[in-house]
Design a protein around this ligand. Structure first.
Ligand code: ADP
Ligand code: MG
Length: 264
């Protein structure tokens, strides 16, 4: 395409809620045969709700809520809301795709996914989404839920009609949606990168769709990185394309087809 046609298309796309960082993607989109989607905050609304919880040690929920109040993760927001009273947290640390750590009155508090918490906590096999560890003992378990965004099944059907293979890659351990789709669960951020690299090695042309901040590495590794961001921090968002609505993934194909047809 001529530079002018590309610029015109980029400008038109902005009005639809699509920001194209890299004009080269227009000629590459038709090569896509695989799209890997992140789950939380990407296919789901990211408004995580607590479905149920169990407390095994006194104040475990309150302590978990206090540590999580320092994190911006959608899961952290939900857990933080479990207690109105908050304790003072020292030495706070966030482990991306794993969980959080903090010290409260000399108690060591770890909250996060099972495999992460288990590294520092002794407990027998148990079901649950988020585990709380206080001084090396299991303090509580939290089950969370999140709603799928509107139009996901519709989007998947359209992509299938374009012969695009759909894969879901998530850090979540228990995934109960999407019976008919290949879901890789329990992945750490670096496992998502590894998955994309492997698909590329198998000669697939791969897009990754994820939320820009958590999934920066996967967005960079994919042939085309598509970040979903309806927020304000666009400058910090990684990716070749930024979309304000997940349904726009399908529109990218039409936009690029139109541009390519103009050339002929
Ligand atoms: P996804 O791949 O679904 O977007 P993330 O990579 O952000 O999820 O996180 C993966 C998993 O790590 C979460 O499902 C959760 O178990 C755990 N986790 C990440 N951040 C936190 C946090 N702040 N508090 C508790 N658990 C967390
Ligand atoms: Mg996410």
């Amino acid at each position: 395409a001529t530079p002018m046609a590309v610029v015109a298309t980029i400008n038109k796309s902005v009005k639809k809620g699509i920001i194209i960082r890299n004009g080269e993607i227009f000629s590459n989109i038709k090569n896509l045969d695989t799209i890997v989607f992140d789950l939380t905050g990407t296919l789901t609304e990211g408004k995580v709700l607590v479905r149920s919880y169990k407390e095994f040690l006194p104040n475990a929920i309150k302590m978990a809520a206090s540590v999580e109040s320092l994190s911006n993760h959608p899961i952290a927001k939900a857990i933080s809301d479990l207690s109105n009273e908050k304790e003072k947290v020292e030495e706070f640390e966030e482990f991306v795709g794993e969980g959080v750590y903090g010290k409260i009155n000399d108690n060591i508090v770890i909250v996060g996914r099972k495999s992460f918490v288990k590294e520092n906590c002794d407990f027998k096999e148990m079901d649950g989404d988020i585990f709380i560890c206080i001084n090396g003992k299991l303090g509580g378990i939290i089950n969370i839920g999140d709603k799928l965004r509107e139009g996901i099944y519709d989007l998947f059907n359209k992509l299938r009609e374009r012969n695009v293979n759909i894969i879901i890659a998530t850090g979540k351990d228990n995934v109960d949606y999407f019976k008919e789709i290949k879901v890789f669960s329990g992945l750490r951020p670096e496992d998502k990168v590894e998955l994309i690299r492997k698909l590329k090695d198998e000669n697939h042309y791969v897009a990754f769709v994820g939320d820009g901040i958590n999934d920066a590495q996967a967005l960079a590794e994919a042939n085309i990185g598509i970040a979903i961001n309806s927020g304000t921090d666009l400058a910090k968002t990684a990716g070749d394309v930024i979309i304000g609505d997940i349904r726009l993934v399908d529109d990218l194909f039409d936009i690029s087809n139109k541009l390519e047809n103009k050339i002929k």
